[in-house]
Design a protein around this ligand. Sequence first.
Ligand code: SF4
Ligand code: SF4
Length: 268
Amino acid sequence: MEPLELASLISTIIRREVAQAGTLTAYRDPLCRWVTAEAPGFAELRRRLHPAHLMPHDLLPGARSVVSFFLPFAPWVVEANARDRVKVAQEWAVAYVETNSLIGRINARLIESLAEHGIRAAAEPATHNFDPVTLLSRWSHKSVAVIAGLGSFGLHQMVITDAGCAGRFGSLVLDAELPDLTPASRERCLFFHDGSCLECVQRCPVHALDANRPLDKGRCYHHLLTVAAQYQTVGIADVCGKCALGPCSLGSAVEGPATEAMDRGTGV
Ligand code: SF4
Ligand code: SF4
């Protein structure tokens, strides 16, 4: 299959699965972008941040491309979670659970459809693929998104895409080539742009964020587990997301030229 045709197939499947999701949660247009499995960012991630992070070929021997996609929540999901400073909205917890499950379905559909074209693909679950002690993921969907140029890390250590950070990421490794994409590195966090925002720091109910030090993962995770106890009815929902409600929630917080659909990575 030609790279362009393959990109179009992947985009179509993601968009169709989201349109037919049948979830309580509503979504905006999904974003999708890809990168070669040989991108230096993967080796760098392992060297600089997490020596045990998987490489694309660990997930799939013969890997050639890595696809990253983002399912952005509808604004009302964000608005619901912004109603209370500490209490996590049911809508947000449900969105987390439903979207993780939707990402699993999208990946299953992609793997199945690509197999019909003789293309092998593999994926890691959307969440809970991390070491409970170090809290490091063996395959970080967020880091993969940054390597693929889908977004950039904000001060809150979430990834801000052109559709914001309120949503969930998935990724897929495949043994076929996709079209080259122009690198689209862009600053989307106001703090890193000109220091004019600290909203995520101010919103964090447990002070896990601080502009002068990395995210206190232990403090954040402890809070998420506390929240999970409240949401046993919707499955494991160790969520919070209060830091994802600022100016980078639904779009880039930094004004800049709108990127074209394919370059922006919508492709869907
Ligand atoms: S809330 Fe402000 S400082 Fe925090 S990540 Fe978003 S833009 Fe950056
Ligand atoms: S998810 Fe919640 S606890 Fe964790 S950093 Fe964000 S606001 Fe703080």
